[in-house]
Every structure is written in C-alpha cells, then in structure tokens.
Design a protein around this ligand. Structure first.
Ligand SMILES: [Zn+2]
Length: 416
C-alpha cells in the first residue's frame, strides 16, 4: 500500500457511495410521489400510468444499484485482488510476443467483463422490461445480438487494439499523439459507417413510404434549411415498444431515422415537432461540439496515460507488478480514470441538458411548441418515464431536463 492506494480507495469509496446514495434517494423520491400525478400532467396521464412509471423507474434504479456495487467489487478484485495480474500471466502462457500477449490479455478481460454484465443484461430485458410490457425480444434474439456485437468487436476492435499497442511500443516518447490520431480516426470512421453498415445488422431500415407524412416531413426539413439524403423507418418494435427518433451519420451517410413505434403513436404534427427538435441539435452544432469535446478529452486521456505509465507508484499503488506491459497500462488506466472523473458527470449532464433546451427552442421556432409538448407527454407516458425524479439525481445524471421543467419552458414558448 502506498499513498496512491489510499487516494484510489478513497475515490472509489466516494464515487460508489455517492452513486448508491443518489440511487436510493431517487427511488425514495419516486415512491413518495407515486400516488399523485403532478398537476401539470393530471389531464393527460392517469394514476395507473403514473404508478407504472414509478415502479418501472424504481426497478431500473434498484438493478442499477446492484450493478454499481458489482462494478466496485470487480475493480477491487482485478487490482488489489490480483485479477489483472492473473489474466496477464494466462495471456503470457499462450503467447511469447508482447503484441500478441497484450491483445490476448485485453480479449480475455473483455470476455470476463461481459460475462459479469450478462446476468444484469438478461434481467434488464427479460425481468424488468418484460414485466412492464416493453420487451419484444426472445432469448434467441438476445443471444444473436450478443453474437453480432462480439463479432463486431473482433472485426473492428481487434485491429484497433493491435494498432494502438504497436504504436505504443514503437513510437517513442510521443506515442500518445499517434495513438490519439488513430483512435479519433477510428471513431470518426465508425460513426461514418454506423448508419449504413452496423445498424442494418441489427434492424431493418425501410425508406419512409410516400404519403402525407413524408410530404409534411420533407417540407419541414426544407423549411429548416436541410437537405436530407434519406428518411428511414426502423423496425424498433422488433425488440422493444419504446419509441424514438434520431439523426445519424454525417456527410453522405446522413440519415434521419424514425422508430416504427414512434410513428405509430404520434400524430403527424407531433412527429414534425420531434424531428424539428432533432434538426435543432444539428443546426445548433451540438453534434459537432460533442465530437470536438470527445476529440479533446481523448487527447488529454492518452497524454495523461503517457505521463503515468512510467510511474512505478501508479502500478504499485494498485498492486500491479512494475514495469508492466503496455496493454496492462492501457487497461489499468481505462479502469481507474472513471473513478476520478466521476465528479465531472454532473457537468456533462448539465451541458447535455443545455443542448436539449436549445433544441426545444429551435423546434418551437419551426413547429408549434404545443405539438412538442403533446409529443413529449405521450412519450413519457408510453415509455413509463418518471415525472418525479429526485432533483439531485436528475441534476447529476440526466441528459434531458426533467419533464416538468422542460414542458413548462415549452408552454412559455407557446405563449410568446
Ligand atoms: Zn434532444
């Protein structure tokens, strides 16, 4: 144990404690508001739907509390418990070369971590989602999805890992700059191929059918000054009855995608309002800003790894033998950094909520604000999202403003 061990343990205890405390508050708050629909929604959402939302949100949060605790335990087992060291020894028994050993090390760890996550994932889908009537997946589909994502991890992740480890070993002092460039290029490439290559492996995308809806949507897109390469409908109902719409890709692969579940529930003006909100994210440059933030934070991440990876105290503090392999440094850093950056979470959430307000304002300029209100109320109801989150929990995590605040702002816009 050195000073860094204590700092790390204290940070882990704080991060885990705060997470669990926030979750417990959230459940308590929701349950204490279970019997009364907030006045602003009383006309649209009945008490049964409100209770369902309370129970659904509580169930998800309770499961999450279990996951938070397991995550902390896994991290301790992997570091102080000698887990990473054991996996590295196993990898070394298969391969002599550092590169192959590093790749095997990460691959074995990835398999172990996904096995730890599997029960949570299964329970989320077939326990909670099924109990509240959202799940449409069969076990067969679940494991087919898992097989596909694993295959994608092998096809895209392994070559990236090889490249990163190779650069770390061969590029001298400035390796982190090369690795950063490669990782950013990889992320951009993935975003580029996501709509046309990756997403179709999981869902069917059909061009939106000609008719009133398509005509109205195209008019809105033109009014907002966009040219769209494609309007698509995704068979989201295959897996879940939750609805959504999104804007994806960039350049020539740009697409606007509507879940079939969204189109079947909302009226045309409401769909227009939801789309105007999504276009707002694009027009207000939220997409570009997020991308820039990601590029910069990745640079800081690898630079810091470059500084830390030669420091014996970093490894010894976490009970890892020093000197360690590059793969070990990479993995260790990936696992330890979130414990310390956890307190940035509320800042990120606040930034995201600011964007949501801006996109709502944008939508209100091109479509009646009331239409977005109606759409949101329907979505909250259909998705059984809680209307009464704990304010502190919401401030800490929520990427979207709480329903009451968001809708009050829109009502205000509707009046002006
Ligand atoms: Zn949004």
């Amino acid at each position: 144990m050195n000073a860094f061990s204590l700092v790390f343990l204290a940070a882990l205890a704080i991060a885990t404690g705060v997470r669990l405390w926030l979750a417990a508050r959230h459940v308590r708050h929701i349950q204490s508001h279970r019997e009364a629909v907030p006045a602003a929604f009383a006309g649209d959402i009945g008490i049964d739907a409100h209770r369902k939302a309370a129970d659904y949100s509580s169930a998800k949060t309770r499961l999450n509390m279990g996951a938070i605790a397991i995550d902390a335990i896994v991290l301790l087992v992997l570091t102080f418990g000698g887990g990473l060291q054991a996996i590295d020894n196993l990898a070394a028994s298969f391969f002599d070369g550092n590169l192959a050993r590093g790749v095997a090390f990460v691959a074995i760890l990835a398999v172990i971590l996904s096995l730890v996550d599997l029960p949570f994932s299964l329970y989320r889908t077939f326990g909670i989602e099924a109990r509240f009537g959202f799940n449409k997946m069969t076990l067969g589909m679940f494991f087919a999805d898992l097989a596909k994502s694993s295959a994608l991890g092998i096809v895209f992740g392994l070559p990236l890992l090889f490249a990163v480890l190779w650069l770390m070993a061969g590029m001298g002092e400035l390796w982190w700059l090369y690795v950063w460039a490669v990782v950013v290029a990889f992320m951009l490439f993935m975003q580029f191929i996501a709509p046309t290559v990756i997403a179709p492996l999981f869902n069917k995308f059909s061009p939106m059918q000609e008719g009133e809806m398509k005509k109205r949507i195209e008019e809105l897109i033109a009014r907002c000054g966009f040219t769209s390469k494609g309007l698509f409908v995704m068979d989201g109902s295959k897996r879940s009855s939750h609805g959504n719409a999104y804007f994806t890709g960039f350049g020539n692969s740009k697409r606007i995608v509507f879940f079939d579940t969204l189109l079947s529930r909302l009226e045309i003006p409401e769909i227009e309002a939801v789309l105007a909100h999504e276009l707002g994210h694009f027009r207000m440059r939220h997409v570009v800003k997020r991308l820039a933030l990601m590029v910069v934070s990745t640079l800081v991440f690898f630079w810091l790894l470059g500084v830390l990876m030669d420091q014996a105290w970093f490894y010894e503090g976490l009970h890892i033998a020093f000197p360690a392999t590059n793969a070990m440094s990479l993995v260790l850093f990936f696992m330890v950094v979130p414990v310390f950056t956890f307190l940035l979470q509320p800042l990120m959430a606040m930034y995201s909520r600011k964007h949501e307000f801006e996109a709502d304002e944008y939508a209100a300029r091109f479509t009646p604000a009331r239409d977005l209100v109606h759409a949101l109320v329907k979505l909250y109801k259909d998705n059984a999202s809680t209307l009464t989150p704990d304010p502190l929990h919401s401030a800490f995590y929520d990427s979207h403003p709480p329903a009451s605040i968001r809708i009050a702002r829109l009502e205000q816009l509707a009046r002006t």
